[in-house]
Design a protein around this ligand. Sequence first.
Ligand code: IP8
Length: 281
Amino acid sequence: MILIKLGGSVITDKSRPLSASRPKIAGMARTIARIEEPAIIVHGGGSFGHYWSVRYDMHTAERDYDPKGVSVVKNSMVQLNLIVLEELLRGGLRPYAMAPSGFMAGPRPIPSRVREVAGIAAASEMTPVTYGDAVWYGDGSKTYILSGDKIMSHMARIARPRLCIFALAEDGLYTDMESKRLVERIPAGAGRTAASKLNSPKSGAMDVTGGMARKVAEAARIAGYGIQVALVNGSHPKRIRDAAASGGFRGTLFEADTTIKDRKRKKSKRTASKKVKRRIK
Ligand code: IP8
C-alpha cells in the first residue's frame, strides 16, 4: 500500500485565494489511477484552508478559536475536497471520502479506525481520501489545525504502507536555493538532522502548518518508522508513478530507518529470553 499526499501548493494556486488547480489535480489523478497498488490519498489546504486559517488567526496549537473561523475553515476544506474528489473520480479512481474526524479523537488518531481506512484500500477498488482540516481538540472547546502532513505520519505509523509519497510544487529538497541542486537521497537515520540543515523552498505567507519545514519533519519521522518517503514534483505526475515503481525517480528519497525497528526487536527478544530464564529457575 502507498500513502500519497497531494500538497496544497500543487492542487491550488496559493497566490490566489480559493482557487483550485483542476488540471494539475486531474493530471495526478490519471497517473495515480494507473498505479496497480492500493493507495490512500491525503490532501492539503492550499489557498482554501490556509487562506481562511490566516484570516481567522488559527494555527496548529489548540486554542479557543473563533467558532465562525472553525466553521469557515472546515467549509472551505469540504469545498476543496469535493473538487479533488471530482477530479479523482474523473481520472479513473474510485475515491472514498473521509473527513479526519472519522479517525481522529482530539489530537490523537484512533488506531482501529486508521486500520479500517487501510482495510478499505486493501480490500476494495476504492481509494480512501482525506485532508488537513480544523479539528475538535476538547479540553473545554478547543480546536486546532491538523495538517495533512501530520495525518501522513499518523497513518504511516499505524497502517504501515510500503511507501509514502509527498507531491509538492518543487522537485524535492535542494542543497541551496540558488543552484537548486536536488538532494536525491537522505540516508537512513540522517533524516532529522540532515533535513534541518538542508535548504528547502520557503513556504508562502499563506501557510499556518509550517509549509516545507513541516513536510520535511514529517518525512523524517516516517522514515524513522522504517518506511521510505519520496518527495516529488506533483506538476510532473510521471514522477509519482516512477517513485511508486521503486525504480529511479526525480525527487528526494528519505531512506527507511530500520535501526529503530531492529532495536525494538532485539529488546523484545531480550525480554522474552529473560522471561524464559526466570521460568527455568
Ligand atoms: O496543507 C492544512 O493542511 P496542510 C489544512 O496539509 C488547513 O498543512 C485547514 C489549513
